[in-house]
Design a binder for this molecule. Structure first.
Ligand code: C5P
Length: 308
């Protein structure tokens, strides 16, 4: 009997999410600066009679335990590539907020790939794994590599970025998720309504901010706070107006920067150090503007197989 394999995979926050116009294929070109943070899901792969998914954790009931789950699709894609029978039980221990804008589903896909590759001895190269990740979703390659990276294209073309220090974050978890496609659609709708148009012909190519990359490189939280941006934030706020109160509560509690994480609805708050992060977390918890508060720092390592 082969031993189970567990992969641990981090959440992410986008410190810059510059969104270009809508492409003919339905995606948007991005300048997407990812930072992996120390909130993790764990995916355990165990031999079984057939593909089976189970999920544990606070939001487990919101995760589909079937073949629509991105982790199941990852296992099927790897098995298909190598002609292996996808007879595996995948257990997902969730700690990353579900549908929260922190790449929880992408993390589970990257974890399933890594765990199944080790379980089945399929010995995929890093390049093969990255190509499979990109087929599964725009954020999945970053879940595999972690750290900090600039994502171009639809977010899947990654260049690693140097970071001079750990950055300390507080996350306000909202009640219920937001659908990523719905947030992108709302971004397009708001652009149309403002008269700019929403397609690649109308919107300038997204570019990374030199000031932001420099702040990451030097590890300066105040400089990073001054440079963070998220082009999806107006759309997330339009769909979930109550997030404005959450953002204000974090700012009132002393955060250096307050922003929606990715497509939301999780809100991210940058703090000077761990002590300041604890104070922001306490202020947010007392504000009653979110369901739960978490602290985590980044960059965190990408998907990793845990030793037994
Ligand atoms: O790549 P992924 O499957 O995660 O994307 C989910 C949806 O988010 C896409 O179908 C698309 O509607 C939207 N999206 C986008 N542009 C991107 C990434 C995602 O419009 N760069």
């Amino acid at each position: 009997m082969t031993r189970p394999v567990t992969a641990r995979v981090p959440a992410k926050v986008n410190v810059q999410l510059a969104v270009g116009g809508l492409r003919p294929d339905g995606f948007h070109d991005l300048a997407n600066v990812f930072l992996a943070v120390g909130l993790y899901d764990e995916v355990t792969a165990t031999p079984a009679d057939s593909l089976r998914i189970t999920v544990s954790g606070a939001d487990a009931d919101q995760v589909p335990p079937d073949r629509t789950n991105l982790a199941a699709r990852a296992a099927l894609a790897l098995a298909g590539r190598h002609g292996v029978d996808p007879a595996v039980h995948l257990h997902i221990a969730k700690d990353i907020p579900v549908a929260g804008g922190m790449a929880g589903g992408s993390a589970d896909a990257a974890g399933a790939l890594l765990a199944c590759d080790a379980l089945w001895g399929t010995g995929s190269s890093r390049e093969e794994l990255l190509a499979l990740c990109a087929e599964l979703g725009s954020d999945v390659p970053f879940s595999l590599v972690g750290g900090a990276a600039l994502g171009r294209g639809r977010g899947e073309l990654l260049d690693p970025l140097a970071t001079g220090a750990a950055f300390h974050w507080v996350f306000a978890v909202a009640d219920g998720g937001l659908s990523t496609p719905a947030v992108y659609r709302e971004c397009d709708r708001l652009r149309e309504a403002s008269g700019t148009g929403a397609t690649v012909e109308d919107i300038a190519d997204p570019e990374p901010s030199p000031a932001l990359l420099e702040a990451l490189r030097t590890g300066d939280p105040a400089a990073l706070a001054a440079a963070v941006t998220n082009d999806l934030q107006p759309a997330a706020l339009s769909l979930r107006p109550s997030l404005a109160e959450t953002l204000r509560a974090g700012a009132d509690a002393g955060a250096l920067a307050s922003l929606v994480s990715g497509s939301g609805p999780t809100c991210a708050f940058l703090a000077k150090d761990t002590e300041a992060a604890e104070a922001v977390a306490a202020g947010l918890a007392a504000s009653g503007t979110c369901r739960a508060v978490r602290t985590a720092s980044g960059p965190a390592p990408g998907a990793t197989v845990l030793a037994d």
